[in-house]
Design a protein around this ligand. Sequence first.
Ligand SMILES: O=C[C@H](O)[C@H](O)[C@H](O)COP(=O)(O)O
Length: 264
Amino acid sequence: MPTHFPHLLSPSAPPAMSPAAAPLSQEEQKRVAAYRAVDLVQSGMVLGLGTGSTAVHALDRIADFLRRGILHDIVGIPTSKQTESIARALKIPLSDLDAHPVIDLSIDGADEVDPFLNLVKGRGGSLLREKMIEGASKKFVVIVDESKMVERLGGSGLAVPVEIIPFGWSYTLSKLKALFDLEHGFNAKLRTKVQDDGKEAPFITDNGNYIIDLYFENGIERDLGMISDSILRIVGVAEHGMFLGMATSVIVASKEGEVTVINK
Ligand SMILES: O=C[C@H](O)[C@H](O)[C@H](O)COP(=O)(O)O
């Protein structure tokens, strides 16, 4: 558990299961990490509410603590329409970034975490609102199962998403391709989704935008800050899913039930 980040480890909690117990499933690992993060929430906080299958465990726990009176006076700022509707159903009081431009704590999952706590997010399509809300947060705690830990962003072979405006999307795609064309094993594709009628159409984000997914065979080998700047300079790009230097802590749960808190 993640032995490749020894310099960043804070003392580990004791394993949550006995040596003989069955390994935790990925879903259980997500829940364990999420519950640990919710222990950091205090009454009266403005909370950034993340999106995805890990963040939903945090929403459940926050709602449970509110019901039981363990927490009170919480205001949640949802990072997606999906999170907004889940949080509403769970009766978590909600507001928005305009009313609360300073957020005490955001809790969210990630698709990848590198040894410097840089992240890839947005494989579920919510990167832009997440980046705005998490960027406005005094603390940003990332919750992941151990499969999300990588040596290099893009290194899992899965997508590094870029949100773009729909107008001229193939032009923007060609500009993104030109940035990485010489990269070994690079590919970029418009994200699509199969509709109810069985036809494939572009995936549309909460902001009405498209997503281009970038794929790197060996992960991003160049300087991430320079790559970030180059992507953001392309007219038509709204935001990318690399969250560089934003996480203040990452909470990782392992199959063995061990929880590791990695602080910036
Ligand atoms: O767009 C999706 C978000 O960035 C998610 O936080 C990220 O994809 C991780 O999702 P999950 O917890 O479902 O793996």
